[in-house]
Design a protein around this ligand. Sequence first.
Ligand code: SF4
Length: 329
Amino acid sequence: MSRIFSGIQPSGELHIGNYLGAVQNWVRLQEGPDRSFFCVVDLHALTGNYDPADLRQRRHDMALTLLAAGLDPDRCTLFFQSAVRAHAELGWVFNTVTPLGDLERQVQFKDKSARQESVITGLLTYPVLQAADILLYRADRVPVGEDQVQHLELSRDIARKWNAKFRPEDSPYFPEPQALLTPVRRLMGLDGQAKMSKSLGNTIGLLEAPDDIWAKLRPAVTDPARVRKTDPGNPDVCNIYSMHKAFSPEPVQAEVRENCSGAKWGCIDCKKTLFTHMEETLVPIRTRAAQLQEKPGTVREIMVQGAERARAVAERTIGEVYDMMGLAH
Ligand code: SF4
């Protein structure tokens, strides 16, 4: 059976950057609870510095926003990684077939380890656990951003190595998962300097109140050439126009282009139009979040049920894997 798997870090409430960059696509890719698996990867989160109480809250907030954003437990399986212990077990199994050099070559490992005095092993073996996340569900399609393509290539190598060692050549057990590249909507932060990121404080939260969103949009950086209203601008260098492309219908995008390059309106007019169209996307999301918040325990219940469904598939896989490796019980 063809399956989709993707994971997201428990970074708390989603912001519009990670909504547009990943989760909006997940919502479209829900093909049924036995085919689409989406996971809050809380075991991966342990490789950074964290406070346990804060992590608890961030896990909950991420689950709540994913549901509010449109993940539907009737159309996908959503769960916390740590609730399905076979992730860690298969991660160990894959450690036994993964060459050290392959992990040391990963660009993300090189970047992150270069900035640390003492590098923990979990940072090195992170992509092995990622391979286990995907292959535990024998998923053959993985929606990812371009920054994860190298890790996915490693997952394919691991699947190939494990199959070569424990399966006849004509009967592989694990598929070699392919990337479903997310249509790139890389939003810059409101400062226009760097990618939208919570740690840089340049985001708009998916559940933020309208007044707070407007207070952030109003001073947001635009085309620096537009000093006065009469200066023509270039929408292609303006982050506000990128947001129009994500939130506004095409005729409005054309209107923005014309009014900007022809200096027919000011940036505040342009931002007001953007705000109106953002609200069309965000109001239903905030409404769903409020409904979930009204009934405490609902998010937890959905995540527990998701983990049960995920465990049913995962335990079968790890049982078969152990069996083929000579560890039958
Ligand atoms: Fe950007 Fe709109 Fe201002 Fe043009 S008019 S520079 S697209 S905010």
